[in-house]
Design a protein around this ligand. Structure first.
Ligand SMILES: Cc1cc2nc3c(=O)[nH]c(=O)nc-3n(C[C@H](O)[C@H](O)[C@H](O)COP(=O)(O)O)c2cc1C
Length: 373
């Protein structure tokens, strides 16, 4: 499975692991693929700490960093964190704040213990620029990837001038074409079944259309890949590699609480939903009382990005810290794709990689066996 893109990056196999956990980044890169650290939600200080750890543990291997700058968002004209915060504070109705707080307290999730003024400016260029600046000081960070839109032209230039690659996620053909037009180096094409922000068209329809539409740019197939047979299907569409997110969430290295692991292992592929209730844009996650509550006619509608993410920041951090408290899993934010129905055990990333490649080879043998020579 040595694609040109894989050779360009010097990888053994074109398996790209999106993850928020530094241990997963290191484990996948050491196993021959490449880990890409999701930095959305990290402060610049936190990103520095995570990258220090990765640089120290990854040896001679390489990694990537992922940011999320939406194409359009409320407050795009605000150039400083202070201005953006003032706009967000003023724009969030009290009714929304009360509703979110009540859902958390009804589920028995404790308040955040420390009096802090930590806020999240995730999903804004204000935050992302600082994160990109830090990533580009790290020689082993060889790629920047952006979610939710084509990155601004100055960031594209900054990354490429530094000798690194820049790509972006696309859930619709027109987004892939916009990435190509902006001169990006590759496109991550995510179908609807994937975890996190996802569009409406399924992977099996979208991947080959994207490969044709943005050629000769390499396309990484994402959304619904959790085993070797799915890798073979993705590669058969002409993809330059596979980009997987959900498959690592329950790995040994993942930073997941036992209650969260139980939620993944007991869920079937029918237990996810695309919901705007956490970030303001449709993202696939485990269905629960929180996602259902925001859908009802008698409750507030989710706000647009980045307002809803700013509003739910406290709920998200409480739901992770207190994952096992009260009935927290009923209101927790658990983004995951439909491959969650295939997650039935806890394995190391190395074993997951080995299993993927073994099954890929067996599936290839099967195709060869049924194809007359
Ligand atoms: C927990 C979780 C969080 C995610 N957050 C981001 C993100 O911050 N940035 C991003 O580019 N993609 C994000 N994604 C999407 C992944 O990059 C990837 O495209 C997706 O997981 C692929 O589909 P799969 O879940 O079926 O493997 C997230 C996915 C998951 C499961």
């Amino acid at each position: 499975m040595q694609t040109d893109f894989c050779k360009q990056l010097g990888l053994e196999v074109p398996i790209f692991a999106f993850t928020h956990c530094r241990d997963v980044v290191v484990a996948v890169s050491k196993a021959g693929g490449i880990g890409v650290l999701g930095a959305v939600g990290f402060s610049p200080e936190r990103l520095k700490e995570e990258l220090d750890w990765i640089d120290e543990h990854i040896g001679a291997h390489i990694y990537g960093v992922d940011t999320a700058i939406p194409q359009k968002y409320e407050g795009m004209d605000k150039n400083t964190p202070e201005e953006l915060v003032a706009m967000l504070e003023a724009a969030i109705p009290q009714q929304h704040r009360d509703f979110a707080n009540k859902l958390m307290s009804d589920a028995g999730v404790p308040e955040w213990p420390d009096k802090d003024d930590e806020i999240s400016l995730s999903f804004s260029a204000v935050q992302a620029q600082a994160l990109v600046d830090i990533a580009l000081t790290r020689p082993k960070c060889r790629m920047i990837v952006n979610a939710l839109g084509t990155p601004p032209a100055d960031i594209v230039k900054q990354v490429q001038d530094s000798g690194r690659l820049i790509g972006a996620l696309a859930g619709r053909l027109k987004h892939g074409l916009a990435h190509k037009e902006a001169g990006l180096d590759f496109v991550v094409c995510q179908g609807s079944e994937g975890g996190g922000h996802a569009g409406e068209v399924t992977s099996m329809i979208l991947w080959p259309q994207m490969v044709d539409a943005v050629a000769p740019l390499p396309v990484l197939a994402a959304g619904g890949i959790g085993n070797g047979r799915q890798i073979l299907a993705a590669m058969s569409t002409g993809a330059g590699g596979v980009w997987m997110g959900s498959a690592w969430l329950n790995s040994e290295e993942a930073n997941a609480e036992p209650a969260q692991r139980d939620s993944y292992m007991s869920a079937t592929s029918e237990d996810t939903v695309r919901s705007r209730s956490f970030t303001g844009k449709t993202a696939r996650m485990l269905k629960n009382e929180w996602t259902e509550a925001w859908e009802r006619d008698d409750t507030p509608d989710p706000l647009p990005m980045p307002l809803q993410g700013y509003l739910t920041f406290d709920a998200v951090r409480r739901s992770h810290r207190y994952a096992g408290s009260g009935e927290c899993q009923k209101v927790a934010f658990n983004p995951v794709g439909q491959v969650v129905g295939q997650i039935n055990s806890v394995e190391s990333c190395r074993d997951i990689m080995f299993g993927l490649l073994t099954e890929y080879s067996e599936a290839l043998d099967h195709i060869n066996a049924i194809t007359p020579q």
